[in-house]
Design a protein around this ligand. Structure first.
Ligand code: G3P
Ligand code: CA
Length: 296
């Protein structure tokens, strides 16, 4: 795998991006994502959501057991302003409820079953213990996994939820997951919304940010775009199936991390590692662990 070892060596250089000092702390240290042994980030996408209902504590736990480096948490906000772990703006797909998250209080959402849908949709992975699982709040996720875990948090639909960024920072501060005495690599914040990321950056410039992108045609990116992303983010995440080696290398040359999503087949994982990505989101963190191991 010609690209893999080059990738490992370059990662060490790339993670030192950002210069200057924040207080007495080296900014390069603050923005350095904590890396796995091999310098490739294995992000449990919505938890190990290939095996368990996405964004439940069980799915996150499985991701940790499978040696994911980060727990990915998508955020939505309830009617009463609580941040919950959920991908969709609506309750319909992953609970037995229906309608918009923003129209329900946390107490109402807590009554819903967030696991049975998985058993019906994926009978091959169905388990009795998934029935009746509840939707976790961000705080509950952090309370369960604590400061030993790392969190890759996405502000979803921030235009629908004014105050989402402030609430997120408030919670991260409350649990001491940010700040000069804690490696900011405990948390990476990602979003498709540059506005939302810039808001987070204003609220706390030490938090590493990743700009998400979506391509529905073969991906292309200009030097100017990359330099603009570099003004506030340490890396990019994009759908893996529209990129190629030249795209990956261009992003790397601009000293940005690159974490494609959502990569579930070992063949694709190996190809992306060979191209030089610095990590990826997967519903099957155990598969990525195997591919990384086999690549050495
Ligand atoms: O955050 C990376 C990836 O999860 C973005 O897509 O729709 O799965 O949140 P989505
Ligand atoms: Ca996401």
């Amino acid at each position: 795998m010609r690209g893999f070892f080059r990738n490992v060596l370059m990662s060490a250089a790339l993670v030192g991006m950002g210069s200057g000092m924040v207080g007495q702390v080296d900014a390069a240290e603050l923005t350095k994502p904590s890396l796995s042994e091999n310098k490739i980030l294995n992000v449990s996408h919505r938890g190990a959501s290939g095996y368990a209902p996405e964004h439940t504590l069980l799915a996150y736990e499985l991701g940790q057991q499978m040696k994911g480096d980060y727990i990915e948490v998508d955020l939505q906000m309830t009617k009463d302003g609580e941040l919950i772990a959920m991908h969709d703006e609506t309750l319909d797909r992953t609970t037995n409820g229906s309608g918009l998250v923003k129209d329900y209080t946390l107490e109402e959402i807590k009554k819903l079953d967030a696991g049975s849908w998985f058993n019906e949709r994926y009978p091959e992975y169905a388990k009795d213990e998934y029935v009746g699982l509840t939707v976790p709040t961000l705080e509950e996720v952090i309370q369960k996994f604590g400061k030993d875990a790392r969190y890759y948090i996405e502000t979803k639909s921030p235009e629908v939820y004014p105050g989402m960024e402030e609430k997120l920072i408030e919670i991260l501060n409350q649990y001491k997951l940010t700040g000069p005495n804690v490696p900011s690599s405990k948390v990476i914040v990602q979003s498709f919304s540059a506005e939302s990321l810039k808001m987070v950056h204003e609220l706390d410039p030490t938090i590493p940010l990743v700009q998400l992108l979506w391509y529905d045609t073969p991906a292309a990116i200009s030097d100017a775009e990359l330099e603009e992303y570099k003004t506030y983010s340490i890396g990019l995440g994009m759908n893996y199936n529209r990129i190629d080696e030249a795209y990956v290398q261009k992003v790397r040359q601009h000293e940005l991390l690159i974490h494609p999503y959502t990569v579930n087949e070992k063949e694709d994982m190996a190809k992306l590692l060979d191209w030089g990505v610095t990590g990826m989101f997967t519903n099957f963190p155990d598969r990525l662990q195997e591919v990384i191991r086999e690549s050495k």
